[in-house]
Design a protein around this ligand. Sequence first.
Ligand code: NDP
Ligand code: 8X3
Length: 248
Amino acid sequence: MIAMVTGASSGFGEAISRALVAAGHRVIGTGRRAERLAGLADELGESFLPLVFDVQDKAATRAALDGLPSGWSEVDLLVNNAGLALGLAPAHQSELEDWEQMIATNISGLTLVTRLLLPGMVARNRGHVINIGSIAGTYPYPGGNVYGATKAFVKQFSLNLRADLAGTAVRVTNVEPGLCGGTEFSNVRFHGDDAKAASVYQGVQAISPQDIANTVLWIGEQPAHVNINSIEIMPVAQTFGPLHISRG
Ligand code: NDP
Ligand code: 8X3
């Protein structure tokens, strides 16, 4: 099977790529950082094809996917993982540019790659789109504003894809992780403030990228008649608090 994993240059995408190759699949790993992808290609060998493009750039994304080498163009599994959170400020203090980049990446980029690969899956009547959503798409939290909203989009887009794919064998799943360490997620969110990023995971056994890779592999290995619509994964150490009440 040929898989495309967007955002393979770090975190979940890197772990998912490794797991898929270890399971005998070929993987097209994408991202903006060519040197990171080249490093993974050195490690994984001929089963891994690095493909450099920015999902915010429609023309570059289209050119990259249209130009897939022969033998790599029939993608059966798309893992829409590329994404980011930027900032944790309240809405009225957030940077508009951060909001725009999250929307351009997590929504526009994800829908673009999906739209480009889906026709092939439908024509072959085989394929699986696994979106990496988030618990932030279901549960609001202070400062989650646009990030959570982009993941709510991913959640509903996944369900609506299933509606449109009725009668085909193409499957769609939304993976909704909670707190996960060992990725660059918080370093990116806090614009390179690594100390602040590290404090998010201090004293907590968070989910690891390997846990997410195991989950993605398991979803893909279910029998062809089984569709996992969504799966929510939190560390045991993360759970729910009460609704906030402001008292006058
Ligand atoms: P990382 O920052 O480690 O990885 C993000 C990946 O996305 C990188 O490979 C990055 O590659 C890629 N990416 C970001 N922007 C673009 C872009 N414009 N074009 C192409 N690729 C891009 O974070 P995670 O591995 O933690 O995050 C992966 C996904 O999981 C994200 O969608 C995130 O929202 C989601 N998630 C993360 C959780 C967590 O706690 N870590 C929990 C729930 C969901 P490059 O920089 O090379 O372009
Ligand atoms: C990442 C999880 O809770 O930081 O999507 O938003 S959270």
